[in-house]
Design a protein around this ligand. Structure first.
Ligand code: KG4
Ligand code: ZN
Length: 342
């Protein structure tokens, strides 16, 4: 490895992915190791925080060693250690934060605290997204639904977020209701391809002018519950593909349209997507079509799947500008489960 490159180890344990990665100069991914806990949580229909923390603790050292090995670098070669310290599940975050602190202390290297939400933006940049301003970013996963406005290399504001369930959480809850397993997103995505999205008129929660960049998915979830309840009472047959397609259409229409309104209002030069739900085939296609039609001068970037979902390469990439500023964290760093985006 060339001596002149800055090597940062990234550590990510905010939810149910245990991940470590080595990134050179904030841009070149030398390794990106991710261990998903999906199978451990699937029988419960969602992430169980205590199980997540324990599993992080069991495998974090192996994941870090694998990331170092794959990158072909030694701990002494590293310039800094970086870790996602919030937002996320407190017990899960603490595993990454404690590990990063121990390594920084033992190696006498700087520690960099990274905001997990800001890191999702860097996942796009790692994948070739244009660094233009202003940019609107939609982060949609099992834990987040955030609309961000990025106005400069270090300036971003939160335009809106969910008032109840995250978008992926809504997919998972509806899938659990239909006994489709966990995670629900990929199954509903697939089933919906064979269904009629106009079969059932589920509500779209626009939230009026005040909440025009906020989201709410619990009403949609209740509407699905009510629909099933009434159909069963009347002994009517429910087409699961139609139900999946109609639910998905109601949820995605709100995501697409609110993103477009924000992009238009702020004159966005680019729109970026992030998070597990960004891998949804209908969302990708719908967003592309709408942006091409309504905002032909706005560039849409959707990262490849491995960078949409939680990973540590995005943590190390987000740490690089902080490294250049010598913006280091103290060894008193604590996990911040409710850390805002800025
Ligand atoms: O980013 P992610 O892997 O983990 C965190 O939540 O942090 O996102 C997982 C979420 C789950 O709720 C899952 O159901 C959803 O993303 N998801 C999808 C799809 N693939 C994953 N939702 C809709 N369509 C998909 N194809
Ligand atoms: Zn995330």
């Amino acid at each position: 490895m060339a001596d002149n490159k800055t090597l940062i180890l990234g550590i990510e344990t905010s939810c149910d992915e245990t991940a470590a990665a080595v990134v050179a100069d904030g841009q070149e991914m030398l390794s990106n190791i991710i261990s998903s806990q999906v199978e451990l949580h699937s029988r419960y229909g969602g992430v169980v925080p205590e199980i997540a923390s324990r599993q992080h603790l069991t495998i974090i050292n192996t994941i870090i060693n694998n990331a170092m090995h794959e990158a072909g670098v030694s701990f002494q070669d590293l310039d800094a250690l970086s870790v996602s310290y919030g937002p996320g599940l407190v017990g899960a975050l603490l595993v990454g934060v404690s590990t990063a602190k121990a390594l920084a202390y033992g190696l006498k290297k700087p520690l960099i605290a990274v905001n997990h939400l800001q890191a999702h933006l860097y996942a796009n940049y790692l994948d070739g997204a244009p660094r233009v301003y202003p940019t609107v970013v939609l982060i949609v996963s099992g834990g987040h639904t955030e609309l961000l406005l990025v106005t400069g290399p270090k300036e971003m504001v939160l335009l809106g977020s969910t008032r109840d369930d995250a978008a992926g959480e809504a997919y998972d809850k509806v899938a659990r209701l239909l006994e489709l397993g966990y995670p629900g997103g990929p199954v509903i995505d697939k089933l919906a391809r064979d269904g009629n999205p106009s079969a059932i008129a589920f509500p779209r929660s626009w939230l009026g002018d005040e909440g025009r960049f906020d989201f709410s998915f619990s009403g949609l979830k209740t509407a699905v519950i009510n629909h099933l309840y009434h159909a069963r009472r009347k002994e009517e047959l429910v087409s699961i593909p139609d139900l999946a397609a109609s639910f998905q259409e109601a949820l995605l229409e709100v995501l697409v349209e609110k993103t477009l309104v924000a992009a238009k209002e702020y004159g966005a030069k680019a729109v970026l997507l992030a998070g597990g739900v960004a891998s949804n085939s209908r969302l990708r296609e719908w967003m592309r079509e709408r942006i091409e039609t309504i905002l032909p001068n706005t560039e849409l970037h959707i990262p490849k799947l491995v960078l949409c979902t939680d990973n540590a390469a995005m943590i190390a990439a987000a740490a690089y500008p902080l490294y250049l500023e010598r913006n280091f964290a103290s060894l008193n760093l604590n996990a911040q489960p409710g850390l805002p985006v800025k």
